[in-house]
Design a protein around this ligand. Structure first.
Ligand code: HEM
Length: 376
């Protein structure tokens, strides 16, 4: 990891202030939402340019008025009715992966729940809902993790170059998928965006963000929830979580205390004021949405390991707020609750095998990399 000296962000923690920032998009623009935290080296940029990698602002980082209509197109694929209609499929997938995890546990003596139950259902459901082919899932998962590290992590130059190569591979795969989908007969998101007038690079930019955000964040939420349940540290036992009410409750607790997306970014679009304080144009802001495990500059200030020491953070900010609020919030919550319920049901009475796993800790993403459980 490279040395990090001073924090380039104004960090905001107070929930009311965070909400105000998110509700003033003309003053606090999302234009920096997808910028690399560690600036890309010339070498890394050349690798990306060769693949014609580009992330023009389309949705999450789009400060212009075109955002609203594009958001509407995407939202059409995740309406409350469409999400509710997916529940049986989510349950079936979760049940199948939980049963496979139970078999693995019996034959091998332990099982990593991140790979066995958290990794794939969210990706399958997302691709299904977008009308895209469900394929290359292990590759998609590996690419997603690499791209999160490239854009939200602190890779040293050698690692950054490695990540630029995999991001270029991901983008090349994505462009092929976009071209295929745009000319397909069946309705799908990329075709809908092309019909809306978006160019191929714009569709690729949206697809790059969505294919990562639409599944890896949910996988991470499931991983943290299963870890805390297995640890028995959050007041709801592993076995209790097999009831649907308790599964929902623990997922909401994790969303409020240590969500997979604990922070997000904004930038002051012009000189402005916040709580009577002058904010100069260009000031980059990091808003805390939920408790977090600390980013490098937060050492000694933030909660560090666990989040119990922080005051209650309202669960309502976990998916952002205002005109860019997460379009997958309902889906993510439903998926997490169903996977947690089915997993705890199929693997009754297991214990945490590794209480100190390695964690993914990036500026805006966090989760245990493994949740290994065994029989008592
Ligand atoms: C636990 C899982 C998830 C978390 C914690 C999460 C969190 C977030 C956050 C914090 C934002 C930025 C909100 C803002 O700027 O106010 C966001 C935006 C977004 N999320 Fe999620 N997300 C999750 C899952 C999903 C899923 C499953 C999808 C879709 C399948 C999705 C699609 C989106 C989209 C499209 C945006 C951009 C919306 C816009 O700019 O108008 N997310 N998400």
């Amino acid at each position: 990891m490279s040395t990090i000296t001073t924090c380039p962000y104004k960090v905001l923690r107070d929930p009311d202030t965070v909400r105000e920032v998110l509700h003033r998009p003309d003053d606090f623009s999302p234009a920096n939402a997808l910028l690399a935290v560690t600036p890309l080296s010339g070498q890394a940029l050349r690798v990306l340019q060769k693949a014609r990698f580009a992330l023009p602002p389309v949705l999450a980082s789009n400060p212009s008025p075109s955002h609203a209509a594009i958001r509407k197109v995407v939202a059409g694929f995740f309406t409350p009715a469409k999400v509710a209609a997916m529940e049986p499929r989510i349950r079936q997938l979760s049940r199948e992966s939980a049963a496979a995890a139970a078999r693995l546990l019996n034959s091998a003596g332990n099982v990593d729940l991140v790979q066995a139950v958290a990794a794939y259902p969210p990706a399958v459901i997302m691709l299904d809902m977008l009308g895209l082919p469900v394929r290359d899932l292990p590759q998609l998962q590996a690419w997603s993790l690499d791209s999160l590290e490239l854009f939200w992590g602190w890779p040293d130059p050698a690692r950054q170059l490695e990540l630029a190569h995999t991001a270029a591979d991901f983008y090349t795969w994505l462009r092929e998928l976009v071209l295929e989908a745009v000319s397909a007969r069946e309705p799908n998101l990329f075709k809908a965006l092309a019909d809306h007038g978006l160019s191929t690079p714009e569709i690729c930019s949206l697809g790059y963000f969505l294919l990562i955000a639409g599944q890896e964040t949910t996988t991470q939420l499931i991983s943290t929830t299963l870890f805390r349940l297995a640890e028995g540290s959050r007041g709801i036992s592993w076995d209790e979580a097999s009831s649907s009410a308790k599964a929902r409750e623990i997922v909401r607790h994790v969303l409020a205390t240590e969500s997979s997306v604990p922070t997000w970014r904004r930038v002051a679009a012009h000189d402005t004021e916040l709580n009577g304080e002058h904010i100069p144009a260009g000031e980059e802001i990091l808003v805390e949405l939920t408790g977090n495990h600390g980013f490098p500059w937060a050492a000694g200030e933030s909660a560090g390991e666990g989040t119990e020491h922080q005051g209650p953070t309202p669960y309502g900010l976990a998916f952002g707020s205002g005109i860019h609020r997460c379009l997958g919030a309902k889906l993510a919550e439903l998926e997490a609750a169903v996977v947690v319920q089915e997993t705890t049901e199929a693997l009754k009475g297991v214990r945490l095998q590794d209480p100190n796993p390695e964690w993914l800790r990036l500026l805006s993403f966090q989760a245990p990399r493994t949740v290994s459980v065994a029989h008592p």
